[in-house]
Design a protein around this ligand. Structure first.
Ligand code: NDP
Ligand code: 8X3
Length: 247
């Protein structure tokens, strides 16, 4: 299983749960030390093989290098690496925030999918699991580009399933609402106070909640393809309707 964005949050939790269930892992992300530390922990705890590749999914060349260097078949590609950068309105948002989101969430996911799917097609098996979002099903103020990238993930998932029609390859997405990870800290460019407010007075999903769902999606019988799953905390009813206990 190859996981992008395994250095924190959902990707890290997925690495842990899949290792527990015996999957050999290829862990990727930009922060090399975190990948190495996670790999060490997993190797100590579980009888699995783990390799790490540190690179930026925005570099098509580095994505190709990583995939080309992997010896065995990739059975599952978890396209998880992604981010929100900023929450600014369309008329004043930062261009570099837009580029970071489009290049990572759309083009990075496409890069990995392109290089891995060609091998899966040749073997006539495999599973591509994309991390979408409630933001791929709805839009919200300040989310024009982030929501657009997650709508793109939804479209890419649907179209890839069609492109691979007639093969045994499965294509799925898991689309969470609020998950307490480093996501908001990244969105607010390191402002921890602003990030904490997102989860104030509500019980958000944990990365482990989502990892369990990814595990479920991956472990259906071979004829079962879950195309998408929208998963919200009970306190969240849409991208914008969130009940806080102080309200
Ligand atoms: P985190 O910020 O905790 O994790 C993001 C991961 O993506 C990190 O491992 C990071 O690794 C990696 N990443 C980001 N940019 C790049 C890049 N250019 N190249 C390689 N890796 C990259 O957030 P989450 O775990 O929450 O996010 C995971 C996915 O879940 C994202 O796609 C996000 O959009 C989605 N999501 C999150 C929700 C939430 O509320 N948290 C809800 C719905 C969807 P590194 O920095 O080391 O490269
Ligand atoms: C992350 C969830 O809707 O809070 O994709 O941006 S959202």
């Amino acid at each position: 299983m190859l996981i992008t964005g395994a250095t924190s949050g959902i990707g890290e939790a997925a690495a842990k749960i899949f290792a527990e269930f015996g999957s050999n892992l290829i862990l990727t992300g930009r922060r090399k030390e975190r990948l190495e530390a996670l790999s060490e922990t997993l190797l100590k705890k579980h009888q699995v093989q783990v390799e790490t590749h540190s690179f930026d999914v925005r570099s098509r060349e580095d994505c190709k290098k990583c995939v080309d260097s992997i010896k065995g078949p990739i059975d599952i590609l978890l396209n998880n690496a992604g981010l929100a950068s900023g929450l600014d309105p369309i008329q004043s948002a930062d261009f570099s925030d837009w580029d970071a989101m489009i290049d990572t969430n759309i083009k990075g996911l496409l890069n990995m999918t392109r290089f891995v799917s060609v091998q899966m097609k040749a073997r006539n098996e495999g599973h591509i699991i994309n991390i979408g979002s409630i933001a791929g099903h709805e839009a919200y103020p300040g989310g024009s580009v982030y929501c657009a990238t997650k709508h793109a993930v939804k479209a890419i998932t649907q179209a890839a399933k069609m492109d691979l029609s007639g093969t045994n390859i499965r294509v799925s997405s898991v689309s969470p609402g609020l998950v307490d990870t480093e996501f908001s800290e990244v969105r607010f460019h390191g402002n921890k106070q602003k990030a904490e407010k997102v989860y104030d007075n509500l019980k958000p999903l944990t990365a482990e909640d989502i990892a369990e769902i990814i595990l479920f999606v991956a472990n259906r019988p071979p004829h079962v393809n879950i195309l998408d799953t929208i998963v919200l905390p009970v306190a969240q009813s849409s991208a914008t309707i969130v009940h806080r206990s102080d309200q």
